[in-house]
Design a protein around this ligand. Sequence first.
Ligand code: ACM
Length: 488
Amino acid sequence: MIPQVTSWRPGAGLFPLGAGARVRGPQAGLARDLLGLPPDGDGPAEITLRLVDDAALGPEGYVLTVTPERADVAAAAEAGLRWGVQTMRQLRTPAGLPCGAVRDVPRHAWRGVMIDVARWWRPLSFLYAYVDLLALHKFNVLHLHLTDDQGWRFEVRAHPRLTEAGAYRRRSPAGHARDGVSDDTPHGGFYTQRELRELAAYAAARGVTVVPEIEFPGHSQAAVAACPWLGHPGDEPVEVRTTWGISPHVLNVGDRAVAFARDVLDELCEVFPSPYVHIGGDEVRGEEWARSPEAARRVADEGLPGPAALLGWWGRLLAGHLRGLGRRAVAWDDMLDHDPPEDMVIMAWRGVDRVEAALRAGHDVVAAPHTHTYLDYAESDGPGEPVSISGPLPLETVYGFDAGDAVLGLQAQLWGEYLPTRERFDYNAFPRLCAVAEAAWSRGRDLGGFTRRLSAHLPLLDELGVRYRRPGHAGASGLAEGARHVRV
Ligand code: ACM
């Protein structure tokens, strides 16, 4: 099983998990779906799902007890029942479910995976498949990176230009960014609010909260291209960025840009019920603010020490707006140096030291250090690895990451630049996501045990059509680099 359960006591015999099995209790529909059982099972075998008063299980823990007659999942809340069903799914063999007892409680409350849909638009079928894969591994957060310099993917009714113009770019890099070669193929696409609402509901029904991210005030070139009044007038018109890297084009600090940000967050919160909303805040280049008279006025009016402090001003403003909507802001750890509000969740990406700094400053912290959780990094430095932004980040390093008990949780990142297709994405994601799942859910580390359980788990990934990187296989020959998804 992956992630490893808290305790497992084997029993004797098998529960016959066949088409005749009856399923009763809350989440019975999901259990039938995930276990492939018809709604009208009438055999003697019975799966029972029960809510019990056991505070020690917390909101997500469960007890699974399997005998030859019955498989019983008990939990204090429905989330625990869902994870119990996922465990059954992993335990099952063609002959049935082995008898025994599992007691399982997650270590971390936030077990996330970030998927970048800004660099490459991904079909909805891709996102649904990943929701299923996340839930299978007991991840409970899908962080969707919806906007960046290279594309705006979230429909905003008040500002239709964002998706009419900001969702498309003229061309994309081909090969590594440093080679400066382009494919000259337009790329783009966006998601309607209805599509995202349905995705969020589907995910919620499987125990996964979709946490949306809109990048403010940097990584905003697509927004500025679509709505030039958001940016800083220059000699050249700005287009949706066609190269990787960090754009100098950031949002200005005028009242109209502030009203825009509020409009976007209002609509975002109508679509996503998540209690958390990510506002970006990373890698904000300051050259436009440094030479902007409007920024100088804002700095003076707000009594800020200088234009760089406008990042914190943006962060406090957006977090305050979200607070008014009953949500909590999450930001990348760059915000930590700019007086963030106390209730801001810090997503610490620049290193383990940033996790510690954010904890020292009293924040709730999601550990996302690039040194351990950036799965877009190559797994090895072998010559056969496909192009990537950095690396190597071996499976063992990912598995070995211990974020400590003080964090809210931890999260894997899959930045999209070099992962244009599902196939490329799978190759980078798996099996390292299995290691993150275990680092997030389980206490303790046992690399030998993990490696053995991973071997037993890979056939399930095969069955689900995941094109994972075979452990120990330093190379990716045969991976199709073409077939990029374009929705126009
Ligand atoms: C980041 O990798 N810029 C958060």
